[in-house]
Design a binder for this molecule. Structure first.
Ligand SMILES: Cc1cc2nc3c(=O)[nH]c(=O)nc-3n(C[C@H](O)[C@H](O)[C@H](O)COP(=O)(O)O)c2cc1C
Length: 401
């Protein structure tokens, strides 16, 4: 897929710039033609001569001293895809606001090719609200963001902010290039019926209050939307606002019981059931008819278990291919146990305490478990990208033979 493709590699000024040379080499090895553009800061971390030697072309560094009259538009129009690796917080901020005061940003703005961004920075910088706001803007603008990973950082620190490995960037480039050329025509789910649950259930305590959770429904919406886009007939059982612009049957529910009833009613008729909703494990045994008042003293809320929707489907005689989700906090042991004991075909686990992962974010970092316990950890991706990879994996798994 990358062979014969024209890739612009943008390098900004972070320690991970040293990895850009290896990325360039791998791109050349797989047959891509690479041209590079460096920010002024990047040159402090990686010699321009190194990139020139690896790619066979001198990196572009400024507007004014280049052989080309307009280096940014030349590069932008030449590119089949552009990747910025590493992308500093500063470069992402400029990109998010269109502040093209260097050739790297100007090239990114001047190209119509898909753009992949691989952030790299210290954890505090990555988790800063300004950076997270810029990430959301870039995702909204259609930029593919890969990573960062959690791991060793410069200066002996450790945490989220580490740039993904060059191989992950190659994969992302391959995917955006295949996506951009076939986006409108991938209909590999034609004829399949799909059931997706999304959102967080609400278990009433009284007419005003409920036991709920922080799920926004974004992950389930992305999964349902992706399946519909690929041609499947999709039913979405949700407590949240459904995705716009997708041909989906939407069933609005509120409680775990309503979600269970709606899901079980349909599960026997579909090929795939992806249970992405965050369902309450327990509910008040008795919801009060009138609002509890402070003056009445502290209430004692007696709880009972809610129906286990996943177990109900797993026990069906003619059950669909079943995917469960597990939101974990810290350790992923619960997800692994759920994968091996719940009778699912695939279990998607995520640690909702990690930055950019889990509830109400536009990104997610998940590990996919098979019933055998075998696992596959994906880097931080947009929820749309997680949905795309998940359906690829499910369809691959489902292949006969
Ligand atoms: C030793 C050192 C390491 C740095 N590493 C990073 C980094 O990993 N990520 C980051 O966002 N900024 C890092 N910075 C700060 C950027 O170099 C600085 O914000 C610069 O303005 C980025 O410009 P650019 O995005 O145009 O390359 C580092 C600075 C120094 C001095």
């Amino acid at each position: 897929m990358l062979s014969g493709r024209r890739i612009v590699l943008g390098v900004s000024g972070g320690v991970a710039a040293y990895k850009a040379a290896y990325l360039a080499r791998r791109l050349v090895e797989v047959g891509a033609t690479v041209r590079s553009v460096m920010t002024e800061s990047a040159v402090h971390f990686l010699g321009a001569q190194t990139l020139a030697a690896v790619t066979g072309h001198h990196p572009v560094g400024g507007f004014w001293d280049e052989a080309e009259v307009s280096p940014h538009t030349d590069l932008g129009q030449w590119a089949d895809a552009m990747v910025i690796a590493p992308a500093t917080a500063a470069t992402m901020a400029k990109l998010a606001t269109g502040l093209s005061d260097n050739v790297l940003i100007a090239t990114a703005l001047a190209t119509e090719a898909p753009l992949v961004v691989a952030p790299a920075m210290h954890t505090e910088m990555w988790e800063n609200p300004a950076t997270q706001r810029n990430v959301r803007t870039l995702l909204d603008d259609g930029v593919t963001i890969v990573g960062p990973l959690s791991g060793a950082l410069a200066g002996g620190d450790s945490g989220p902010g580490r740039m993904v490995e060059p191989e992950d960037i190659l994969t992302a480039l391959t995917e955006v290039l295949s996506g951009s050329s076939t986006e409108a025509s991938v209909r590999d789910m034609d004829g399949y019926a799909v059931l997706v649950t999304a959102g967080g259930t609400r278990e009433p305590i009284d007419p005003v209050r409920y036991i709920g959770n922080r799920s926004s429904g974004k992950m389930g919406n992305a999964i349902a939307g992706e399946a519909a886009r690929r041609g499947a007939q999709v039913s979405l059982i949700t407590t949240a606002a459904p995705p716009s612009g997708a041909a989906i049957e939407v069933v609005r529910v509120e409680t775990a019981q309503q979600m269970a009833d709606a899901t079980w009613e349909r599960a026997g008729e579909v090929d795939f059931a992806v249970m992405a909703a965050a369902v309450a494990d327990f509910r008040p045994r008795q919801a009060e008819d009138i609002k509890l008042r402070r003056g009445d003293g502290l209430p004692v809320i007696d709880v009972e278990p809610t129906p286990d929707i996943l177990a109900g489907i797993a026990a069906m005689e003619n059950r669909p291919y079943l995917v469960g989700f597990a939101a974990e906090t810290g350790s992923m042991e619960g997800a692994l146990r759920k994968a091996t004991e719940k009778g699912v075909d695939l279990l998607v686990g995520n640690d909702v305490t990690r930055a950019g992962s889990g509830f109400a974010t536009d990104t997610n970092e998940v590990t996919v478990y098979a019933p055998s316990g075998e696992s596959d950890r994906w880097p931080l991706l947009s929820k749309r990208e997680v949905a795309r990879r998940l359906w690829d994996r499910i369809l691959e798994d489902r292949k006969p033979g």
